[in-house]
Design a protein around this ligand. Structure first.
Ligand code: HXC
Length: 519
C-alpha cells in the first residue's frame, strides 16, 4: 500500500469511528432529545482541545454474532482536553453502539484515562449514557465495572470526579457516579436505579415508571443522588465547566483565583434590615448570600434537596469558597438527617480540595421526633459535626440569628477549630430558645399558677428575662467563642479580610490510616 493510501485508510477509519453506531442510531439519539457522545465532548471542552485515545479499540467477543458487529471505539469515546485552559480527562459513553453497554475493552479504555488523570493530577469527567453491563460479555463486564469502581475510590479526594447522567444508568453501573464528587442529571432523558421498573414489579409488586423510580427530578429532590438538575444535555455539560471553575485540578493545588471587579468593601444596608423583628419569621438565606458574594454569584449544590440547608460555591474577591448556610425559609432552617448528610458531604469535599468554608448560621436546633431518631439523626448529625471538626481548610463562620444547642456546636463553632467566628448583633447563641428554656426551668412554678392570664403573664415575663439574658451574641463573645460582633452591612468586607488572613493557614490532623466517620 502506498503511503498516501495508508493515510487515506487512517482518515477513513477515523471517519468511521466518529459515526459510532451509524447515522440511523445517531438520528434515533437526536429524536430522544439527546446529543451523541462526540457532540457532548464538543460542548464540554475548550474549542479544538480534544485529543482522543483508543479510537481503534474494538471488543473481543465472538459469541452471539458479535464477531460480525465491530464498531471502532467500542461504544465509549475517551481522551483529554481543556476546560478554561486546564487539562481534564474524560470518557463519554456512546449509546449508539450496543446501547452504550460496557464491555471488557470499553472498561479498559475508561481505566486508562482514569489512570492518566491520577498521574497528571487532573479532573476526570464521565458522561454516562449506557444500558449497563454488555450482556454478551458476562462476568468480564462485571469485572470491568469493578476495575472502574476501584479507581473511583483511589481517586476520591485526590482529583475532582464529576459524573453527568445523560441517559440510562442502571444496575451496578450507578455506583461509579455515586463514588464521584458531583452528579448532574438531565431532566426527562436520564435515569438511575439499582433495579429497573420490571424487576421492582416482579420482586415487590410495585408498579412504577422509570421516571418515578429514578428520574432526574426524583434524585434531585428525594434521594439526593443527583447534585444538579439540568434541563437538557447542553445545560448539563456547561454546568460541569462552571462547577470545575471553583476547584483545583487536584488536592495538592489551590483553586484558581479570578480577578474580581466587585468592590470588596461595599456596605450593604439591606443586610442591617434583613433579619425580621419577629424571631419566628423566616427570610431567604440565599438573599444574604447573593448580597455578600462576588457579583451575587452562588452556584448552589443540591438546590432542591434538603432545602433547610444551602450549600454551594461562590467567590470572595475572586477566591472560591464553599458556603454552608442554614435556610430559615424551609422548616426554620432546622437540622435534620438529610440536611446533615448533605452539608457533611459538601464540607468534606471542600476540605479535600483546599476550598475554604464560609458558614452562615441561623439554626433553631435539630428536628425532634421519632421519625428523626429512628432514622438515626444521632449518627447523621454526627457526620456534620465530624466533617467540620476534621476540616483543616480556613473556616469562617457568621452567626446571623439563632444558634441553639447541639446545632450551635455542629455549625462550625470555635471549638471545632473555627478560625474566625463573627456574629451579627441579632444573633441568639444559647442552649435553647426562650420558650423551651422557660418550660424546662419554670415548669413547676408555671403549673402552680391557676389563673390563665396570670400564667401567661408569668411565662411572658420569664421568656423576656431569658431573651434579655441569653438570646444575644455577647454571652458567647464574652468567652471569646465569638471573635467579634459585626455590623451586618459590613459582612462582605469582613469575610474577604478573614479569608485573606487565613490564606496561609496550616492545620494538621494526627497521622492515621483513615478516619472512622459515623456512617
Ligand atoms: C448489550 C444492549 C444493552 C446491554 C442495550 N443494548 N442494553 N446490548 N448489553 N446491557 C442494545 C440493545 O440490544 C439495542 O441493540 C441497543 O442497545 C439499543 O437498545 P434499545 O433497547 O433499543 O434502546 P431503548 O429502547 O432506548 O432502551 C434502553 C434501555 C434498554 C432501557 C437501556 O436497552 C435496556 O433495558 N437494556 C438493558 C439494561 C440492563 O438490564 N442492563 C444490565 C444492567 S445490570 P439493537 O442492535 O437492537 O439496536 C448491570 C450490572 C452492572 O449493568 C454491574 C456492575 C457492578
Amino acid at each position: 500500500m502506498a503511503n498516501q493510501d495508508k493515510i487515506n485508510e487512517l482518515i477513513e477509519k477515523r471517519a468511521k469511528a466518529k459515526l459510532g453506531g451509524g447515522e440511523k442510531r445517531i438520528d434515533s439519539q437526536h429524536a430522544k432529545g439527546k446529543l451523541t457522545a462526540r457532540e457532548r465532548i464538543d460542548i464540554l471542552l475548550d474549542d479544538d482541545s480534544f485529543e482522543e485515545f483508543d479510537m481503534f479499540v474494538t471488543h473481543r467477543t465472538k459469541s452471539f454474532g458479535l464477531d460480525k458487529q465491530i464498531f471502532l471505539s467500542d461504544g465509549v469515546v475517551t481522551g483529554h482536553g481543556t476546560i478554561d485552559g486546564r487539562i481534564v480527562y474524560l470518557f463519554a459513553q456512546d449509546f449508539t453502539v450496543f446501547g452504550g453497554s460496557l464491555s471488557e475493552t470499553y472498561a479498559l479504555k475508561i481505566c486508562k484515562v482514569m489512570d492518566m488523570a491520577m498521574k497528571i493530577g487532573a479532573p476526570i469527567i464521565g458522561l454516562n449514557d449506557s444500558g449497563g453491563a454488555r450482556i454478551q460479555e458476562g462476568v468480564r463486564s462485571l469485572a470491568g465495572y469493578a476495575e472502574i469502581f476501584q479507581r473511583n475510590i483511589m481517586a476520591s479526594g485526590v482529583i475532582p470526579q464529576i459524573s453527568s447522567i445523560l441517559g440510562p444508568c442502571a444496575g451496578g453501573a450507578v455506583y461509579s457516579p455515586a463514588l464521584t464528587d458531583f452528579t448532574i442529571m438531565t431532566e426527562e432523558t436520564s435515569y438511575m436505579f439499582v433495579t429497573g421498573p420490571k424487576v421492582v414489579k416482579s420482586v415487590t409488586g410495585e408498579v412504577v415508571s422509570a421516571e418515578q423510580l429514578g428520574g432526574a427530578k426524583i434524585h434531585s429532590t428525594r434521594s439526593g443522588v443527583s447534585h444538579f438538575l439540568a434541563k437538557d444535555d447542553e445545560t448539563n455539560l456547561l454546568l460541569i465547566r462552571k462547577v470545575l471553575s471553583y476547584m483545583p485540578s487536584n488536592n495538592l493545588e489551590e483553586a484558581p483565583i479570578l480577578s474580581c471587579n466587585d468592590p470588596i468593601d461595599r456596605l450593604e444596608d439591606a443586610l442591617n434590615e434583613i433579619i425580621p423583628e419577629n424571631p419566628n419569621q423566616p427570610y431567604d438565606m440565599v438573599d444574604v448570600i447573593s448580597i455578600i458574594t462576588d457579583n451575587g454569584e452562588f452556584t448552589e449544590v443540591h438546590r432542591n434537596y434538603a432545602r433547610n440547608i444551602c450549600v454551594g460555591f461562590a467567590r470572595f474577591n475572586g477566591r472560591p469558597v464553599g458556603i454552608v448556610a442554614n435556610q430559615p425559609k424551609y422548616y426554620a432552617g432546622v437540622l435534620d438527617i438529610d440536611a446533615s448528610r448533605k452539608a457533611a458531604r459538601f464540607v468534606r469535599f471542600c476540605d479535600a480540595f483546599n476550598i475554604p468554608i464560609v458558614t452562615l448560621v441561623d439554626v433553631p436546633g435539630f428536628l425532634p421526633g421519632t421519625g428523626q431518631e429512628y432514622g438515626g439523626i444521632i449518627l447523621h448529625g454526627a457526620k456534620l459535626l465530624y466533617a467540620y471538626g476534621e476540616a483543616t481548610v480556613p473556616k469562617v463562620t457568621i452567626t446571623l440569628r439563632k444558634s441553639y444547642g447541639g446545632a450551635h456546636d455542629v455549625m462550625s463553632c470555635k471549638q471545632l477549630r473555627g478560625d474566625i467566628n463573627y456574629a451579627w448583633p441579632t444573633a441568639e447563641i444559647a442552649v435553647m430558645g426562650a420558650k423551651g428554656a422557660v418550660e424546662v426551668l419554670e415548669g413547676s412554678n408555671i403549673r402552680k399558677i391557676e389563673d390563665h392570664s396570670e400564667k401567661e403573664d408569668y411565662i411572658q415575663q420569664k421568656e423576656d428575662e431569658y431573651t434579655e439574658r441569653f438570646a444575644n451574641p455577647y454571652q458567647a463573645a464574652k468567652y471569646g467563642f465569638i471573635d467579634d460582633v459585626i455590623e451586618p452591612r459590613n459582612t462582605r468586607f469582613r469575610i474577604v479580610r478573614a479569608l485573606e488572613l487565613l490564606q496561609n493557614k496550616k492545620d494538621v490532623n494526627p497521622p492515621k490510616k483513615h478516619s472512622n466517620i459515623p456512617l
